[in-house]
Write a protein that binds this ligand. Structure first.
Ligand code: ATP
Ligand code: MG
Length: 286
């Protein structure tokens, strides 16, 4: 197996002085190409921060991220924009769709920004699989939350990236849609050998993964493989622990008034929009 990703002593502090928040503290792990990893942990533990750093949307305070052996933060902002468009597909927790672009335009934006041609066959297949047929020319504010989430998933999969980073990709979907989306991500992961990292509060999703990483207070609390290679007592123990942690996370999210887990109006401004969509695909074409 080839190592595709290496997270090394990653640290992130937001703000400074009295109000500084250490969102990530010395996080290290490596990922093999094709692995499916679930990241779990309570609200505010640093999961989204970690995913954004791996996706190159933000720069760390300390440590680094290597993709294919190369330190992504040694790149200029322009080169980092190219990396985001070509090598990773990031599904944001709050979608980050561009409000003035319709479904198809949102999905194809990263490809077009990269000066490449849209693979119409893949676009058509994604629109169908994601249940967006008939909604191709709707704007994000004309879509339900779940539909917007599916557009964000389509955008991330449009250029068949080597690494798919999904931040609670089924957070707004009912159980049937949620299962379908996870099957789509899983199929893509297997068929294309894509590396899949999914943040989730859903124990069923965590149990589908090859490996579960639990984050608490910005640190790795657990990092365990599960599944076929380890059937028996150990798997059962892992599963029940996943179940407990996932449930705690969900409960905390639901109970945090105004916390990072609180629902926000989809596709609207705020920090997530400005750090995400506005800058994610910007930069000079190459
Ligand atoms: N842009 C920011 N500026 C300041 N603090 C931030 C920023 N983004 C996140 N934080 C803080 O960093 C910590 C980790 O946030 P993060 O969004 O990574 O948590 P999370 O695990 O994704 O939570 P949730 O499950 O609620 O989405 C929190 O304390 C949060 O308030
Ligand atoms: Mg989050």
């Amino acid at each position: 197996m080839m190592q595709i990703l290496s997270v090394e002593h990653l640290g992130k502090v937001y703000g400074r002085g009295d109000t500084a928040i250490r969102a990530l503290d010395n996080v290290s792990f490596t990922v093999e190409a094709g692995e499916f990893i679930a990241i779990i942990g309570s609200s505010g533990s640093g999961k989204s921060t970690l995913l954004h750093l791996i996706g190159g949307v933000d720069r760390p305070t300390s440590g680094t991220v290597r993709v294919g052996g190369e330190d992504i933060f040694s790149r200029s902002d322009e080169e980092l924009a190219v990396f985001r468009r070509r090598e990773v597909g990031l599904i944001y927790q709050f979608y980050n769709l561009i409000p003035v672009l319709n479904v198809v335009e949102n999905m194809t934006l990263p490809v077009l920004m990269d000066g490449r041609r849209v693979n119409e066959e893949r676009l058509g297949a994604l629109v169908r699989t994601l249940g967006l047929t008939g909604r191709e020319h709707h704007l994000p504010n004309q879509l339900s939350g779940g539909q917007q989430q599916r557009v964000a998933i389509g955008r991330a999969l449009m250029n068949a990236p080597a690494i798919v980073l999904a931040d609670e990709p089924t957070g707004n979907l009912d159980s049937k849609n949620s299962a379908e989306i996870m099957q789509l991500l899983r199929r893509s992961n297997r068929k294309l050998g894509q590396t899949l990292i999914v943040i989730t509060h859903d124990e069923d999703i965590a149990l589908m993964a090859d490996r579960v990483i639990a984050i608490e207070d910005g640190r790795i609390a657990r990092d365990e493989r599960q599944g076929a290679a380890r059937r028996g007592d150990e798997t059962v123990r892992t599963a029940s622990r996943v179940r407990r942690t996932a449930a705690t996370g969900a409960a905390k999210t639901a109970g945090t008034a105004g916390g990072t887990g609180a629902p926000r109006p989809a596709g609207l401004g705020g920090a997530h929009f400005s750090t995400g969509a506005a800058s994610a695909w910007a930069g000079v074409r190459r």
